[in-house]
Design a protein around this ligand. Structure first.
Ligand SMILES: *Cc1c(COP(=O)(O)O)cnc(C)c1O
Ligand SMILES: [Zn+2]
Length: 399
């Protein structure tokens, strides 16, 4: 028996509906599609969930997988109080959802677990996608577990560990001189020439990875005792996690699992690639292509997110905001977090902490706000970002 209450897919732009039990990519109008559930038929209450296994599959009613879950044990990562760093940043109630502790070392595992499970049960046997590194390593790993063939293209500058992870899982890897948009063009070409053999699993062209990433929203709320924080701060590349968290909040509201105002959502980008921040500041509903994107927070190097209007809608609807931080700030904050909290976060996660400092200084955040930042990956995946000089024993021994 299926535990999913998935009913159909619909288009958030034009409203067209699609059958969820056949393979779909984008809407005819070019928009990403969103999975919808028969929420009214769900009788589960928050208290029923407590005793379930500690993975993201504990929310199976609102996940799209009907039969076969491909899992490496992902989800229910810690929600850590960052008291010492919080004091330094001026927000003592600071909390960090730490997705550094998840299979493949980044939260892309959530999207891959659901995306691959769903692709496999709908009959896909091979998929292709562009990636900035972490999505490729996650999809390759889950693809291997499901027995699917995977083809990925990533920028030659992507973190080298993600290449290793991708190749060891048996994926076919292409390196592209350029950014993820260039990798995307290469993949589109391969798919077109494959005669239907390759499923297009590109970010948001495939409707289910967002369902995996939305579980971060469910987990944050459950870990806070089914109460909302004031603010959730998210490092935004393609924006899938932010769109997903917003979707989760809306679903929980409709299910009656939460009440009151939703948390204000904050999109954090790097000043070297900030199309969403630029659009938000101009009050626009879509983003412009960012020229020459560059940042140490490699997962944020997305010059024109396909779901830009969904990200911006979520920011406006929750009275949130968008902030760009400099790489120097990101790198310094990454070290501060490790020194004060023992948490070695990825640069993308560090960017959210740097943004908290900026938002506190500007007065957008108040001292008593309960703020949750997302750390989307393990700092250990990017060792080359950090210089680690050691002391020379000869310098410290008495002469
Ligand atoms: C992909 C990625 C992001 C950006 O995620 P989106 O949901 O696409 O905005 C942030 N951090 C890390 C570590 C990533 O790999
Ligand atoms: Zn449409």
């Amino acid at each position: 028996m299926s535990l999913s209450h998935l009913s159909h897919l619909d288009c958030p732009r034009c409203g067209r509906q699609y059958d969820a039990d056949v393979i779909n990519n984008l809407c005819e109008c070019g928009s990403p599609l969103l999975a919808r559930y028969d929420l009214a038929s769900i009788t589960t209450r928050p208290g029923d969930i407590a005793a379930r296994p500690h993975t993201m599959w504990r929310y199976h009613e609102v996940l799209p997988v009907r039969e076969r879950v491909i899992s490496l044990g992902e989800g229910m990562t810690p929600l850590l109080p960052l008291q010492r760093l919080g004091l330094e940043l001026g927000v003592p109630g600071l909390l960090m959802k730490d997705d550094g502790l998840i299979p493949t070392g980044s939260f892309k595992a959530r999207g891959a677990a659901v995306g691959v499970s769903r692709a496999a049960e709908l009959g896909v046997s091979a998929f292709a996608m562009p990636s900035n590194g972490n999505a490729a390593s996650a999809w390759a790993a889950y693809g291997a577990r499901a027995g699917l063939r995977s083809v990925v293209a990533m920028p030659v500058d992507a973190p080298s560990i993600t290449r290793t992870e991708t190749v060891i899982s048996g994926a076919q890897l292409y390196l592209v001189r350029g950014h993820i948009g260039d990798a995307g063009r290469m993949i589109a070409d391969l798919i077109a020439r494959s005669g239907g053999a390759l499923f297009d699993a590109s970010t948001l062209k495939e409707p289910y990875r967002i369902e995996g990433k939305k579980t971060m929203g469910y987990e944050i709320i459950e870990q806070l005792g089914w109460r909302c924080p004031d603010v959730i701060v998210y490092p935004t590349g393609g924006g899938v996690g932010l769109i997903g968290i917003y979707k989760a909040l809306q679903e929980m509201q409709e299910l009656g699992w939460i009440s009151g105002p939703l948390p204000r959502l904050v999109a954090v980008q790097s000043s070297g690639c900030a199309p969403i921040v630029q659009a938000f500041e101009a009050g626009k509903r879509t983003a412009e292509q960012w020229p020459d994107p560059r940042t140490v927070a490699f997962g944020l190097t997305v010059p024109k997110p396909l779901g830009d209007f969904l990200i911006l809608d979520a920011l406006y609807a929750t009275k949130g905001t968008a902030v760009a931080v400099d790489d120097t700030d990101t790198v310094a904050t990454q070290a501060r977090c490790a020194q004060l909290e023992g948490a070695f976060v990825c640069p993308e996660g560090a960017a959210t902490l740097a943004a908290v400092r900026k938002l506190r200084e500007s007065g957008w955040l108040a001292e008593n706000h309960r703020v949750v930042v997302l750390n989307t990956g393990a700092g250990m995946k990017y060792p080359f970002e950090v210089s680690a000089p050691a002391f020379d024993p000869a310098d410290t021994l008495p002469g």
